[in-house]
Design a protein around this ligand. Structure first.
Ligand code: ATP
Ligand code: MG
Length: 527
C-alpha cells in the first residue's frame, strides 16, 4: 500500500494524518485519493470499516485554500450521528490546516446552527432535510460549492431522500466535483449517478466477499420467545468489550434496552423517536465506554465508527442483505477482529440463507450457548479482572488481610468465594418482550423499474474490482441465481414497512409511512 507521503499532499494535511496514526493508506484510499485530487467525479465502493471517510476527506481538505471564507464543500449523510462523526473526522484532518467544518442536522436547535454558520465554515456536513431548511431560510447558500460528497448514497436513496438531494444539488454550480461513497451500490444508484455525476470514475475495492473478512459471522436458530435468554447467555459467554444489538423496531429497542438494564447489563437504546439530546447522550456514553451495550434500530447501521465494538448481534434479522452487511460492519473495522451473531427464528431460515447467498458468505450455524457456558464466561471475566488488578493496580494495602485469611482458611475456597461475589448473581427479573413477526423472503415479481435486478448481487460489486467510466462495473450482471425468487424491498407496498423517517420538517412523503404498521421502524433517521 502507498504511504500518504506519495500523494503529494500539503505538509499540514500529512501532519494531521500522521497524528491520526494512519501509517499507510487503505486500498480504497490508495485508489481514490489520486483520482479525487484530479477533480474527477467518482463512485467509491469498499467494504465497511476500510477508511472511506478519509478517502474523500483527505483530498477535500487538501484542496480547499485556508483563506476561503465561503461554503465550498458539502457532504451529505443519511443520519445525524453520521453527520457528527464525519464532521469530527474532517476536523481532525484539518487540525493543522485550520479549515472550518460544521455539522448541520435535524433535532439540533436551528438558532445555534445559524450562529455557527456566521463563523463562515468552508465545509458543511449535513442531513438532507435540515440542509434544505437552511437553504430555504437562506442561512446556507450553495452558490460557491465546488465539491459535493454523498456518503452512504444508496441509503439516502432508500430512505426517500432523492427529491431532497435533487433540490439541493440543483442549487450547486454544475462545474463541481461530485463523489458517492458506500460499501454497497444497488443498481438504482446508477440513476442518481447518471443524473448528478459527470463521467465518474468507478473506484471499487470489493473482493469476492462483501462483508469485511475480519468479521467472524454466525447465526443461532431460536424461537422468538427464547431470544432474550439467548441474548443474555451470549453476552455472558462472550463478554464483549462493546456490543451493538440491532432490533427491528423502536418499540423493540426500548423494550430490549430496558430488559437488559433490569438484568444488570450496562445498556441503552438509540432510535429516531428519542430527542436529539437523548441520542447524543447515548452515543457519548457508548463512545466513552460508560455503557457497553448499545441497542439500536438501523439508525446505527450505517457508517458509525466506534472503536472497541467487538460484537454485533442481530436480535432481529434485518429486512435486506445490504442492511445485514452494514450492521455487522460496525465491528471488525480498520483491520480489527469482530464477531457478528444473528438470531434466526425457524420461519426466517430461508431469509438467512438468502442473505448468505447475496453476500456470498457461508454463515456458520452455532448452537444456543448453554447456561454452563454462560456461567463459565462470566467467571472467566472475573478471573481476568482479578489478574489485571494484580498486575496493574497496587494491592499492597489488601495484603495483610489476605495473609490473615490464608492462614485460617483453605486458599481454593477463599478464592472461589471471592470470584462468586465479584461475578455477582444475575438479577432474576421476569422479562416479557412483545413478539415481532418473522421476516420472510417474499416471492416477488420481477421489478419493472429495475428490470428485475434489484438484487442482482451487483449491489455488492458483482466481483468486478475496478471499472472505469460510468458503465464500467456490474453491467448486465447476472442475477446470481436469485431468479424470480427473492425479495421485495419495496416499502410502499404490502404494508410491511414503515421507514420511520424522523423528519423534523414534518413534510410527509407519500409512500413512506402509508400502510405500514406503526411499530415497524426503519432507520429512523434524519431529518
Ligand atoms: N489509513 C488508515 N490507517 C489506519 N486506520 C485508518 C486508516 N484510514 C481510516 N482508518 C480508520 O478506520 C476506521 C474506519 O474508517 P471509516 O469510518 O472511514 O470506514 P468506512 O469505510 O467509511 O466504513 P463504513 O462503510 O462502515 O462507513 C476509522 O476509525 C478510521 O479512523
Ligand atoms: Mg463510512
Amino acid at each position: 500500500m502507498k504511504t500518504f507521503a506519495e500523494f503529494g499532499l500539503e505538509p499540514k494535511v500529512l501532519q494531521a494524518i500522521t497524528e491520526l496514526g494512519f501509517e499507510e493508506s487503505t486500498p480504497i484510499q490508495s485508489k481514490a485519493i489520486p483520482i479525487a485530487l484530479t477533480g474527477s467525479d467518482m463512485i467509491g465502493q469498499a467494504q465497511t470499516g476500510t477508511g472511506k471517510t478519509a478517502a474523500f476527506g483527505i483530498p477535500l481538505v487538501n484542496k480547499i485554500p485556508v483563506t476561503e471564507d465561503r461554503i465550498v464543500a458539502l457532504i451529505m449523510t443519511p443520519t445525524r450521528e453520521l453527520a457528527i462523526q464525519v464532521s469530527e473526522e474532517i476536523g481532525k484532518l484539518t487540525r493543522y490546516k485550520g479549515l472550518r467544518s460544521l455539522p448541520i442536522y435535524g433535532g439540533q436547535e436551528i438558532g445555534r446552527q445559524i450562529r455557527a454558520l456566521k463563523k463562515r465554515p468552508q465545509i458543511i456536513i449535513g442531513t438532507p432535510g435540515r440542509l434544505l431548511d437552511h437553504i430555504n431560510r437562506k442561512t446556507i447558500k450553495l452558490d460557491d460549492v465546488q465539491t459535493v460528497i454523498l456518503d452512504e448514497a444508496d441509503e439516502m436513496l432508500d430512505m426517500g431522500f432523492m427529491e431532497d438531494i435533487t433540490s439541493i444539488l440543483s442549487l450547486v454550480p454544475e462545474n463541481r466535483q461530485t463523489m458517492l461513497f458506500s460499501a454497497t451500490m444497488p443498481p438504482n444508484i446508477r440513476k442518481l449517478a447518471d443524473q448528478f455525476l459527470k463521467n465518474p470514475e468507478h473506484v471499487s475495492v470489493i473482493p469476492t466477499q462483501v462483508s469485511a473478512p475480519t468479521i467472524d459471522q454466525a447465526y443461532i436458530e431460536v424461537h422468538e420467545r427464547q431470544k432474550f435468554d439467548a441474548l443474555s447467555r451470549l453476552l455472558d459467554m462472550e463478554s464483549p468489550e462493546l456490543a451493538i444489538i440491532f432490533g427491528r423496531t423502536k418499540r423493540r429497542v426500548d423494550e430490549l434496552s430496558e430488559a437488559l438494564q433490569k438484568r444488570g447489563y450496562s445498556a441503552d437504546g438509540l432510535h429516531g423517536d428519542l430527542s436529539q439530546n437523548q441520542r447524543d447522550n447515548v452515543m457519548r456514553k457508548f463512545r466513552d465506554g460508560s455503557i457497553d451495550v448499545l441497542v439500536a434500530t438501523d439508525v446505527a447501521a450505517r457508517g458509525l465508527d466506534v472503536s472497541g465494538v467487538s460484537h454485533v448481534i442481530n436480535f432481529d434479522l434485518p429486512q435486506d442483505p445490504e442492511s445485514y452487511v452494514h450492521r455487522i460492519g460496525r465491528t471488525g473495522r480498520a483491520g480489527k477482529e469482530g464477531t457478528a451473531w444473528s438470531f434466526v427464528t425457524p420461519r426466517e431460515l430461508d431469509h438467512m440463507h438468502f442473505i448468505e447467498k447475496v453476500t456470498r458468505h457461508k454463515i456458520a450455524k452455532k448452537p444456543l450457548p448453554s447456561i454452563a457456558e454462560a456461567i463459565e464466561g462470566k467467571q472467566r471475566v472475573t478471573a481476568e479482572r482479578i489478574l489485571d488488578a494484580m498486575e496493574s493496580e497496587s494491592v499492597n494495602e489488601f495484603k495483610a488481610i489476605a495473609i490473615q485469611l490464608l492462614e485460617q482458611y483453605d486458599s481454593v475456597n477463599l478464592l472461589a468465594a471471592a470470584i462468586k461475589l465479584i461475578t455477582g448473581e444475575k438479577k432474576d427479573v421476569n422479562i416479557d418482550l412483545t413478539p415481532e413477526d418473522p421476516i420472510r423472503a417474499k416471492k416477488r415479481r420481477p421489478d419493472v423499474r429495475t428490470n428485475g435486478r434489484r438484487f442482482s448481487g451487483s449491489s455488492f460489486g458483482g466481483g468486478n474490482r475496478t471499472g472505469s467510466g460510468p458503465r464500467g462495473r456490474g453491467e448486465g450482471g447476472s442475477r446470481g441465481g436469485y431468479g424470480g425468487g427473492g425479495y421485495n424491498r419495496d416499502r410502499g407496498s404490502s404494508g410491511s414497512y414503515n421507514r420511520d423517517r424522523d423528519r423534523d420538517g414534518g413534510k410527509g412523503r407519500g409512500g413512506y409511512s402509508g400502510g405500514g404498521e406503526a411499530r415497524r421502524s426503519r432507520p429512523s433517521t434524519d431529518e
